[in-house]
Design a protein around this ligand. Structure first.
Ligand SMILES: [Zn+2]
Length: 423
């Protein structure tokens, strides 16, 4: 492992944190539905989460300097680079999955748990990245907005609008990239971060991998296959996107201010680095608010209003939150016009839906059309189940948009199963 440098100055969290992470976190916590859910879950969630974690930790090894000097020293190095003064308890859990998480205990101690597989597969520099990432979550207090728990509760109780649920997932992906930046401050080499992601994806230890950090072709391929498929419903960004976000940060002015001897000339001002990161993340983001300037947005909103209304009417009863859900993925005006059309002549409304669907199919990228289907699925799931009639309609909309059937099925599966968190 190359020598680890101390940054030239204390890392400034406002500079490291992805701007959109902070922006969305403020917006989400200010939202009534999210904040009341957090309040309602409050201690209940924290304590149930805690007791679940405690069970997990009961069988795990608590690392002390004497028990595993190797792991301890690496955590300690990450803490020193980040000037992280809070007490950290580190556990290694016996598991052959690649997994890590961090969680604050009631007394303020930060608990970091890594699986034994991660310790075996990652080399010292890569473990530094991982510890930096987990400590980054703690520094930025990401646990205060427990996206997965909120989505899960909403899946059971239906208290978030589809637009809000998508925004929460969107924030969660930005938060991962912020945490990756802390990882990068610790390992100080974007090539190391890339290898971590390759190892996470393949599960292969270093002896099976060449020295190259040139995985671009592979990443491009992954992106093509998976970007559109399940990006929008994931709490974590796709690995290739995380790699490019790390590379961007390593080329920023701020990174070279922190490590003047490491990086050459900075390629991006901090604002540029942040803008590029936001653009990279937007590739998998159907957040309706991001779409204002998109081409054919008017047609997309008309399609969402019509198909959304058809969807919520298909099970014979329309709930208030369903109507609000259609507005949240479209606009009030589009929904009013679509309602009028459907009330006056339902079959011409259906015909119009197919027409605009085909219009969008010819003009918009597959990823955007899939994002439309995702929004409709979130809407269909608002009453907590997706009825057979709704599934059939979703397939019909997908057909008009020329989105493959198989993709629709795998998206539905993902939506109903929820997501596993990894690192
Ligand atoms: Zn993370």
């Amino acid at each position: 492992m190359d020598k680890i440098l101390m940054p030239a100055k204390l890392p400034d969290d406002d500079m490291v944190r992805v701007h959109r992470d902070a922006f969305l976190a403020r917006k989400l916590t200010a939202d009534q539905s999210v904040s009341s859910m957090i309040a309602e879950l409050g201690d209940g969630m924290a304590s149930s989460q805690l007791s679940e974690r405690k069970n997990q930790m009961a069988g795990s090894l608590r690392v002390t300097p004497a028990i595993s000097p190797y792991v301890w020293k690496l955590l300690d190095a990450a803490k020193r680079v980040l000037h992280f003064d809070t007490k950290v308890d580190l556990y290694v859990e016996c598991s052959n999955e690649m997994n890590a998480f961090c969680l604050p205990l009631p007394d303020g101690t930060i608990c970091v748990v890594v699986s034994s597989e991660v310790v075996k597969v990652l080399n010292p520099a890569e473990l530094l990245f991982l510890f930096g990432h987990e400590l980054g979550h703690a520094v930025l207090r990401h646990h205060e907005l427990p996206a997965s728990a909120l989505i899960e509760v909403s899946r059971d109780k239906g208290c978030l609008s589809p637009a809000m649920a998508l925004k929460l997932l969107s924030w969660s992906r930005c938060a991962e990239v912020s945490a990756d930046r802390y990882g990068l401050l610790c390992c100080q080499n974007p090539g190391v971060a890339a290898r971590v992601f390759i190892k996470l994806a393949s599960g292969l230890p270093g002896r099976f991998l060449g020295e190259t950090s040139d995985y671009h072709e592979q990443f491009d391929e992954w992106k093509k296959v998976s970007e559109a498929e399940d990006g929008a419903l994931q709490t974590h960004p796709l690995l290739p996107l995380r790699v490019s976000c790390c590379q961007t940060f390593a080329c920023s002015e701020y990174f070279s201010e922190l490590f003047p001897t490491l990086s050459g000339e900075a390629k991006f001002t901090n604002e540029e680095a942040d803008r590029r990161t936001a653009e990279q993340l937007c590739q998998m983001d159907p957040d309706p608010e991001l779409m204002d300037d998109a081409e054919h947005i008017d047609e997309e909103r008309e399609f969402l209003a019509l198909s959304g209304l058809l969807l919520i009417c298909s099970d014979g009863q329309v709930l208030d939150e369903e109507t609000a859900g259609v507005v949240s993925i479209s606009t009030t005006q589009h929904v009013a016009a679509a309602t009028a059309l459907l009330q006056c002549d339902a079959s011409s409304g259906e015909e119009r839906t197919g027409q605009i669907g085909r219009f969008l199919a010819e003009r918009c990228e597959l990823s955007r059309r899939i994002a439309i289907i995702v929004k409709l699925m979130m809407l269909a799931a608002i009453d907590l189940e997706i009825a057979e009639a709704e599934t059939q309609l979703l397939h019909a909309f997908a057909e008009a948009l020329n989105v493959p059937d198989l993709l629709v099925d795998s998206l539905l599966q993902r939506l109903l199963d929820g997501d596993a968190l990894n690192i």
